[in-house]
Design a protein around this ligand. Sequence first.
Ligand SMILES: [Mg+2]
Length: 348
Amino acid sequence: MGNLLCATETPNTLTLICDLDGTLLPKPHKNEAGVLKNPTLREGAAFAPIERLLNDGGTIYGVTGSKLSSHKPRFWDDLPLSARCEGRVLLFCETGMSLFRPNEEGEPVEDESYGPFPGNTKRYLPTSTVNAFVAAARAAVRQWFQDLKADPALLDAGHWLIPLADRWADEDAPLSHDPKQTPRIEVRGDTADTVAGVMVAGVPIQYGAKYLTPCLIPGEIEGVPTGRLCFDAVVPGLNKKLVLDWLLREKVIDPKSGAVVCFGDSPGGNDAGLTAYHMGGIPFVSVCEHDKKVPEPLMPWHTGHNERGSGATISRLADLQKERKGKAGPIVNLNTLNKIVDEARASL
Ligand SMILES: [Mg+2]
């Protein structure tokens, strides 16, 4: 791996551990020409506060279900070069199966020694499992579009998926990594032997459990709806908690420091793993779009409003980091964070 810089914690600076889609990155949307746009960090409300926090010595770790190829341009490339070159940025991809660290030029390089499972190992899906899931998911996506074609009221009037139903009720969703293609099935792995997950796009989150959960194979492939139109199926046991466990195991973060905060928009879903140590020194801030989807015990730390909520909360954390610079002791605890979240929420 050569001259990789280690991620080390600088005293009295904050480390944020963040989900990306729906948390830091603005939502994809169709432009006037009907083309789907995937905005980058810089285009959203979280960018300026994150830039300020990093320029002041802070650290950020992204944790995403996606591959590096899609989130390097949307996240990594927008972060200040100095923070990247100093190793204050890490990106965990594919639900934490792979880790990218910056080299001296600030470019992401995969850390081959990293593995999320005990012993820093990786686990992959057998090809037969991938094939069985893809076949079942294709039938399920087709069924979803057949049902939508028969009853467009399944979605709000004018939803952009409705006109797609005619075609995809009769056609299989393609295997593709093109974010502009909906529906699609993304098989995530560099080779057939190293597939850690399969993402299905095209079934809205509220219908994911009905149509796609039955495609899973207990003990072989697990999954949950993860985004507005996405369902992630992964290696059993793979979830974002393993990233926190690795960071703790390798002593990259210290739960006693009062300097680490997690952010996610799906605390009851694919970000549940990031809430694992909420009471144990690694507090979690929810920016979930819907209040009802936030587990009750996390409500005092729920800002909501997706990347706007993250921006408003991180802005206050950046202020606090600046204020605490050079002073001993923790920067943040559950009480201070609760006050910050209340202020941020009220400002939106
Ligand atoms: Mg998310």
